[in-house]
Ligand binder design. Structure first.
Ligand code: NAD
Ligand code: UDP
Ligand code: UDP
Length: 312
């Protein structure tokens, strides 16, 4: 059945893919975005669809609309974006979540929170399971995001317990694909853009830190499954691709698939940069019947093709 669905952060990387998917499924979609790190270009092709509406709004301020479901994705996700205005990042996570939870309560909507693997901080448990409480620095340069997202999870569970809200909390691990912002500093987009331009590939630290990269189509499928899962599935549930790579391995693959002659350059590791990260997705497999299917090689090729086109 067609639903009215609100996507906060709808003009961002993941939000724009999600809007597209929900429209394809026949729903009415409202995107709310203040364009802090998103881009109108990401949703330009949807604007002619009468079931789609794009509203400029900052979710740290109250917002009134009628809706059946809310995907709360608004929040800058890349370190350079969320560190540009750290106070605003915390406000988006905390005040923004309160407003969206208040809205969900008023209209009795289901609400999904896009949380993050960053709630685990620099983890001592590997791979990370949902019952691990994490190791997060509360006063570092990543804290506005990490602690903001942790507090958002707290708010979701308190609205669930206190107001009986229908919540869904998912912890997303590094996701990549077309429509990533070319300058947002994330490792996959950085390396591809550098390789295509023949610039040096910037490896932070020794490049032996690991990440697990999930292709965007896989992730969007999981978000929709989670939202429509039985009411007793509230999470938190990890979503990501468990195949783990070092940053150096990623650089080598990007160089190979772009046929680039770019050289590597080693730069200082940013403060509090987690050394390893890999999701345990047993719960997602059990509760959602989901697992990623796109291998890194395939996803990288799609993403490279996108950047080739947009960079001209
Ligand atoms: P993004 O920066 O591309 O998208 C976020 C969107 O939210 C942007 O369009 C931005 O303009 C908007 N926004 C920011 N603050 C806002 C505010 N106060 N009010 C309204 N809109 C606001 O990032 P993304 O990669 O698409 O991430 C989407 C969500 O998923 C974020 O909440 C992020 O924390 C989470 N997440 C993403 C990843 C990933 O690898 N991409 C990993 C973990 C978690
Ligand atoms: N809110 C909103 N839209 C709504 C309903 C509520 O933005 O449709 C905001 C409201 O401004 C409030 C917050 O959500 O600050 C939390 O609402 P809740 O009802 O939980 O708390 P209260 O209004 O009692 O502070
Ligand atoms: N990274 C890197 N070079 C870059 C950008 C990032 O070596 O140009 C490293 C970064 O230090 C981190 C990893 O790649 O160890 C992933 O960084 P990203 O910002 O994409 O995500 P996050 O650290 O939030 O997982």
């Amino acid at each position: 059945m067609s639903k009215r669905i609100l996507v906060t952060g709808g003009a961002g990387f993941l939000g724009s893919h999600l809007c597209e998917r929900l429209l394809k499924d026949g729903h009415e979609v409202v995107s709310v975005d203040n364009y802090f790190s998103g881009n109108k270009q990401n949703i330009a092709h949807l604007l002619s669809n009468l079931r789609f509406e794009a509203i400029r709004h900052d979710i740290t301020f109250p917002f009134y609309v009628e809706t059946d479901q809310i995907y709360n994705l608004a929040c800058p996700a890349s370190p350079i974006h969320y560190q540009r205005d750290p106070v605003q990042t915390t406000k988006t996570c905390v005040h923004g979540s309160i407003n969206m939870l208040g809205l969900a309560k008023r209209v009795n909507a289901r609400i999904l929170q896009a949380s993050t693997s960053e709630v685990y901080g620099d983890p001592e448990v590997h791979p990370q399971t949902e019952d691990y409480w994490g190791r997060v620095n509360p006063v570092g340069i990543r804290s506005c995001y990490d602690e903001g997202k942790r507090c958002a999870e707290t708010l979701f569970f308190d609205y669930y317990r206190q107001c009986n809200l229908q919540i869904k909390v998912v912890r997303l691990f590094n996701t990549y694909g077309p429509k990533m912002h070319p300058n947002d500093g994330r490792v996959v987009s950085n390396f591809i853009v550098q390789a295509l331009r023949g610039d040096k590939i910037t490896i932070y630290g020794d490049g032996l830190q690991t990440r697990s990269f999930c292709y965007v189509d896989d992730l969007i499928g999981a978000l929709v499954r989670m939202m429509n899962s039985p009411a007793n599935v509230v999470g938190p549930i990890n979503l990501g691709n468990p195949s783990e790579f070092t940053v150096l391995e990623l650089a080598e693959k990007v160089l190979q698939f772009t046929c680039s002659k770019s050289k590597l350059i080693f730069m200082p590791l940013p403060q509090d940069d987690p050394k390893q990260r890999q999701p345990d997705i047993t719960l997602a497999r059990e509760k959602l019947g989901w697992e990623p299917t796109v291998p890194l090689e395939e996803g990288l090729k799609e993403t490279i093709a996108y950047f080739k086109k947009t960079l001209g």
